[in-house]
Ligand binder design. Structure first.
Ligand SMILES: [Fe+2]
Length: 338
């Protein structure tokens, strides 16, 4: 559409060919300013696809342009006294491991997934060991598998959504995926603790990572200045699919909202970063309204996912002062997508 999502001149070598769902104006303007003008932005020779932004003295945002037409995705690298943590592995395009080594000076790396979105876990094959919430194992294995990258190319082997070198797509290899429970603590040395906080809804085992020292919640996709999708992450055969719902997210977020004195900022998986924690209260309010009356949505429209481009109807509720929550509803009850 003319006047919508005009190109952003970022420093990444990858170039956008085509987009999936339209993204919201405010997030787009923010990303354009950040990517074209932020003074900390740097692209390293070892991985020319990833734009590296420094958000704190020890926290870096690694921006990957999304390979399948959805919103560009943030990985985060947190440097502790003895170890570093990488939150999410993106699509795995290029040498992400080497990039982390270069930024950290070769520190030992703890790699974690927020959830099973392809833009968050397909780079797992670049690492020997990855941690996730125990309810996410099935979905991550389902998503990150041999041939998982094929859908990014057409029948002639050409890129569909994002131009990047095919040789930089990783080969599938087995790695160790370690499930951990809600509130598991990862220690990065000394008193630098990062806690996994189960925040389902977008995916059954979706998790945020709470940096107690830096007072930041790395929130994954359950906080998003564009659309927070609930119910979209379920995979066939997922034994925990009942948690891929608005209600499950509401239940866990209401517990987290009792702990707001433990952190200040949110770093989500997409779009705007450095969000103030108060937005969680507004998200909770909107979730409560949906649970109380799912038919009381603000609008409803057809949307489609990047991976399949299959259109489906979604319902939307505004989050005060922020973006929207999308969910699925048929005959007055939530449904889980197939
Ligand atoms: Fe995502």
């Amino acid at each position: 559409m003319d006047g919508y999502m005009w190109p952003i001149k970022g420093q990444s070598k990858a170039k956008r060919l085509r987009w999936g769902a339209q993204q919201n104006y405010i997030s787009w303007a923010y990303m354009k300013e950040l990517r074209e003008k932020d003074k900390t932005c740097r692209v390293y020779d070892i991985n020319p696809y990833i734009e590296v932004y420094q958000f704190r003295e020890n926290v870096y945002g690694l921006l990957n342009q999304n390979c399948d037409g959805a919103g560009d995705v943030w990985q985060y690298l947190i440097i502790g006294p003895e170890k570093a943590m990488l939150v999410d592995t993106a699509f795995g395009i290029g040498d992400i491991r080497g990039l982390c080594d270069e930024i950290t000076g070769g520190m030992s790396l703890v790699v974690v997934n927020t959830h099973s979105g392809p833009d968050h876990c397909m780079g797992n094959v670049l690492f020997d060991t990855v941690y996730c919430h125990e309810y996410c194992v099935h979905n991550i294995i389902h998503k990150c598998r041999p041939g998982a990258w094929d859908y990014l190319f057409d029948e002639n082997g050409n890129n569909i959504w994002l131009q990047f070198d095919k040789k930089d797509v990783p080969e599938y290899r087995d790695y160790v995926l370690i499930p951990v429970k809600n509130h598991h603590i990862f220690n990065l040395g000394g008193d630098y603790d990062i806690e996994l906080v189960w925040l389902p809804g977008h995916d059954s085992g979706h998790a945020g990572f709470l940096d107690h020292k830096g007072r930041i919640l790395f929130a994954g996709d359950v906080v998003c200045s564009d659309v927070i999708g609930c119910g979209s992450g379920g995979k066939p055969g997922d034994p925990y699919r009942k948690y891929c719902t608005v209600e499950a997210y509401r239940n866990e977020l209401s517990k987290l909202c009792l702990r707001l004195d433990e952190f200040d900022y949110l770093m989500p998986g997409h779009f705007m970063v450095n969000l103030e924690k108060g937005v969680l209260v507004n998200i909770l309010e909107a979730l409560n309204e949906i649970v109380a009356d799912p038919n009381n949505f603000d609008y409803c429209m057809e949307s489609y996912g990047g991976a399949s481009f299959v259109k489906h109807l979604s319902w939307y509720k505004h989050v005060k002062g922020f973006g929207t929550i999308s969910y699925n509803l048929r005959k007055g009850v939530y449904i889980l997508e197939d």
